[in-house]
Design a protein around this ligand. Structure first.
Ligand code: ATP
Ligand code: MG
Length: 274
């Protein structure tokens, strides 16, 4: 699948997969190669309403330049008068979130495999000076073999930033973001700690009745480990080294990959179905 100029004519459109804030996602097949992809259709009208246009273009170009096994590939993009089309890698098993809800929490092997995949993908992105800033279970997809793929790279940042303040979850915000201080790639290391906790316990650590309480708990780093499900001391050690208020003291991505809990539990293939 290589070409300079793509158009809708190049694809056979299949089943509807789902709908997001700005458009719809369909299964599609590239006619020449037979390659199956996910085609995301974004309506320009909706973008203009939110004034995301210039931003989107830049972010699309950033994602286009990323090529890592745990980052959802953006193969190509094109547009017509009313729509922008993103030709995306197809993540056949869909949202990781759905599995977490169904299973309530993941085994240590599965959680460690996902954390390791995420740390590897983030290390790659940081190297390219890309910060995701909005990593959460809804933005993590699984391919046909169960390998994790980070989706909604960059260009979803603004839409989701809105979500934080308006209605959605603030559970994944690092203290420096809550306090609206300057932040850098260390916010992703914090989020990795939140996700690791959520994978193992089934919910994020600073959940509270209202937003204000969540903010307060984040700023205090009010971290508690429930007695059930049973989680190993090594896993808790990793979490407590990521959920550190001082962003410069958080475990680095490289150190995460070398952490005993990851070394012992993560499946090197990146695929774990247990
Ligand atoms: P947002 O607008 O905030 O991004 P969203 O992530 O729900 O919200 P989309 O990214 O447009 O919206 O995705 C719509 C649906 O399609 C979601 O259920 C998502 O899991 C699914 N989806 C998106 N991209 C892919 C893909 N590459 N492979 C498989 N499913 C996908
Ligand atoms: Mg999305």
């Amino acid at each position: 699948m290589k070409k300079d100029e793509w158009s809708l004519e190049d694809f056979e459109i299949g089943k509807f997969i789902g709908e997001g804030k700005f458009g719809k996602v369909y299964l599609a097949r590239e006619k020449q190669s037979g390659y199956v992809v996910a085609l995301k259709v974004i309506f320009k009208e909706k973008l203009e309403k939110y004034r995301f246009h210039a931003h989107l273009r830049r972010e699309i170009e950033i994602q286009h330049g990323l090529n890592h096994p745990n980052v959802l590939r953006l193969f190509a993009w094109f547009h017509d008068d009313s729509r922008i089309f993103l030709v995306l890698e197809y993540a056949a098993r869909g949202e990781l979130y759905k599995f977490l809800k169904d299973l309530h929490h993941f085994s240590e092997k599965r959680a460690a495999t996902y954390v390791s995949s995420l740390a590897g993908a983030l290390a790659y992105c940081h190297q390219k000076h890309v910060i995701h800033r909005d990593i959460k279970p809804e933005n993590l997809l699984l391919d046909v073999e169960g390998r994790l793929k980070i989706a909604d790279f960059g260009w979803a940042v603004q839409s989701n930033a809105k979500r934080h303040t308006m209605c959605g979850t603030i559970d994944y915000l690092a203290p420096e973001m809550v306090e609206k201080r300057e932040h850098d790639h260390a916010v992703d290391n914090w989020t990795l700690g939140i996700l690791c906790y959520e994978f193992l316990y089934g919910g994020p650590p600073f959940e509270a009745e209202d937003q204000y309480d969540t903010f307060r708990r984040i700023l205090k780093v009010d971290l508690k480990y429930p007695s059930t499900p049973r989680v190993s001391a090594e896993a808790k050690d990793l979490i407590s080294k990521l959920l550190v208020k001082d962003s410069s003291k958080r475990l680095s991505l490289q150190k995460i990959l070398e952490h005993p809990w990851i070394v012992k539990n993560a499946d090197p293939s990146g695929s774990c179905n247990e």
